[in-house]
Design a protein around this ligand. Structure first.
Ligand code: GYE
Length: 320
């Protein structure tokens, strides 16, 4: 009898403290929101700035505290940043990896600390058991779209120079390969030079200057792995006394505002969209992960192709 009374009293006390806990939760505005780490690669292109803003805005909108790490173009900074977020015991980490390889050790550390990691934007080569999932654009398909557009534009014949993105980055690898695969059956499309412009405007200009010196009038087309490099190339072409968009055709990838402006001005011929507004999809995934649900290992964001003929009509509706 006595044991039963003691048991009921304990049960009652648990009930009361539970109610108090709920009440104080209500008073402080409910359950405390999670703290999310976001490890970004840098700010080298307009695309990346839009990407950073999208993730930051979404965190703020949903009331999460975001701990932001800027890798400043170096993988070692990103690895250090992840280690520090692990020590700070954040609830989850979003990683936009600069390069594809070299992530295993730090991802294992996060896993041991039970901190889930979402890979955003660029893909990695680690075993997919080391992260929850990947969300990003299909950068291989973007290159195929750029090549298909070009084949039609030049009727299957052109001498092309390629400005590659940053070495070791998944979009560089995919945009290199996708383009080559797509022109395989069009031997008239010839890649006469291919160099890295590091996804940067200034480097795109510098590399294009050198290519113009070396190949001169032979160059008929520039295929740039992003818009920033194409815009740099446009400057180099103009400084060499040629008309970009006419004497030399330019096709690039990203679809940033500056590319639309260049198309309206007749200097860029086509851009394949790569949507940087990935914040909402990233936080939808993070909320599922925190709720204990599994997310798909790969989620691809959809892209469109825009050429000069539609640029003026759509430019005002572009958000980045
Ligand atoms: O195309 C480029 C940026 O990872 C898809 O990175 C992204 C690429 C984008 O610097 O402009």
């Amino acid at each position: 009898m006595a044991t039963k009374r003691i048991f009921l009293t304990i049960l009652g006390l648990i009930g009361v403290s539970w109610l108090v806990a709920c009440k104080s939760g209500e008073e402080t505005g409910g359950e405390k929101k999670a703290v999310i780490g976001f490890v970004q690669g840098g700010a080298s292109s307009d695309w990346r700035k839009a990407h950073t803003d999208s993730v930051k805005e979404e965190a703020e909108k949903r009331g999460y505290e975001l701990k932001f790490v800027d890798g400043q173009g170096k993988q070692e900074n990103q690895i250090q940043g992840i280690s520090s977020l692990i020590l700070q015991r954040v609830d989850a980490i979003i990683l936009a990896p600069i390069v594809e390889t070299g992530w295993d050790n730090v991802l294992k550390k996060a896993q041991q600390a039970k901190i889930p990691v979402l890979i955003l934007d660029r893909s990695i080569q680690s075993d997919d058991s080391l992260y929850e999932g990947y969300i990003g654009a299909d950068t291989y398909e973007e290159a195929v779209k750029a090549a298909d557009w070009l084949v039609e534009k030049v009727d299957g014949r052109a001498k092309v120079v390629e400005l590659q993105g940053a070495p070791g980055a998944s979009p560089t690898v995919n945009r290199y390969k996708g383009f080559r695969d797509a022109i395989q059956d069009h031997p008239g499309i010839e890649i006469i030079a291919s160099q890295s412009g590091d996804f940067r405007r200034s480097k795109g200009k510098e590399v294009m200057e050198a290519l113009l010196k070396k190949h001169g009038d032979e160059i008929e087309v520039v295929y740039a792995h992003n818009d920033d490099m194409a815009i740099g190339a446009i400057q180099a072409i103009e400084e060499a006394g040629k008309k970009p968009g006419q004497d030399i055709i330019l096709v690039s990838i990203d679809g940033v505002k500056a590319a639309f402006e260049a198309m309206v001005a007749g200097k860029l011929n086509c851009t394949v969209e790569c949507n940087p507004l990935q914040g909402p999809a990233a936080f939808d995934a993070i909320e599922k992960i925190l709720a204990g649900e599994t997310i798909p290992k790969v989620t691809m964001v959809k892209d469109e192709v825009f050429d000069q003929s539609v640029a003026a009509d759509v430019i005002d509706s572009r958000k980045y």
